[in-house]
Design a protein around this ligand. Structure first.
Ligand SMILES: O=P(O)(O)OC[C@@H](O)[C@@H](O)c1c[nH]c2ccccc12
Length: 261
């Protein structure tokens, strides 16, 4: 079994046991559920840098990245740095994140927040809204076309934006549909952990213009971004490069300043 299959198998168990004690009615009672969402696509369209910065404590590929930074400090720092949005990992087993991190980030800044998790059930989308997210991630490789349709329709009905993540042409062909807002090309193969920004370049012309293009993972230099911009990328999702430093917010600030020079 590859790592992605393992993550998804554990996620299914997690969601099943949660649904035994929490109902969607209960989630809808959480005050954040009715909050007006903030648009990430809007921010990306008007930005010249397009950075979406991630809060990630650890990952299966890198193990511990940062277990000292507090999510509130990082959220404030990212906002101050001028990022377009913040991504918060909520998977606990493999990425050391929690839904509490999502709430804390929500209460600490006014950035659009992406709930970064492995969504395999509608319950998690209602949960994302209730815990303060503005955007959800759908990963094409772990979902059927029918699920992508159903999940993105539900997200849109809750005013959440949808980032669809693809890694290759077949996933892209399967997944393109009007209920998506952004298409993210993951430079990291979640099955093998190989990283290459060439992947974003190769898939760029297959993404229709109505979707905002985002390049995800393995981005650690201004040069990579300058290389990807001519391919139409407006957003760049960066985690480790900021999180591995003592002060992720400050690192993001320096990065954006240099990029916008
Ligand atoms: O830390 P990086 O290499 O900058 O990557 C960030 C982000 O793209 C990565 O965390 C990610 C992309 N897609 C995912 C899906 C699930 C979990 C994590 C991810």
């Amino acid at each position: 079994m590859n790592i992605l299959d393992k993550i998804v198998a554990d996620k299914r168990k997690e969601v099943i046991s949660k649904k035994e004690i929490i109902t969607t009615d209960m989630l809808e009672q959480i005050p954040f559920f009715d909050r007006k969402t903030i648009s990430l696509t809007h921010n990306l369209k008007k930005s010249s840098s397009g950075i979406i910065a991630e809060f990630k404590r650890c990952s299966p590929s890198k193990s511990i990245i940062n277990n000292t930074s507090m999510v509130e400090d990082v959220a404030i720092g990212y906002e101050h740095a001028g990022v377009c949005g913040m991504s918060v990992l909520t998977d606990e087993i493999y990425f050391g994140g929690t839904l509490d991190d999502l709430i804390t980030a929500r209460q600490s800044c006014n950035l659009p927040i992406l709930r970064k998790d492995f969504i395999i059930n509608e319950f998690q989308i209602i949960e994302a809204k209730a815990f303060g997210a503005d955007v959800i991630l759908l990963i094409a490789s772990i979902l059927t076309k029918a699920e992508i349709k159903q999940f993105s329709e539900l997200a849109k009905s809750l005013n959440l934006e949808v980032l669809l993540e693809v890694h290759n042409e077949a996933e892209l062909q399967k997944a393109i549909m009007p209920t998506l807002d952004m298409i993210g090309v993951n430079n990291r193969n979640l099955k093998t952990f190989e990283v290459s920004i060439e992947n974003s370049k190769q898939l760029s012309n297959l993404i229709p213009d109505e979707f905002i293009k985002i390049s995800e993972s393995g981005i650690s230099s201004i040069e990579s971004i300058k290389e990807l911009q001519p391919y139409g990328y407006k957003g760049f999702l960066i985690g480790e490069n900021f999180m591995k430093t003592e002060n992720p917010g400050e690192s993001a600030q320096k990065f954006i300043k240099t990029l916008e020079k």
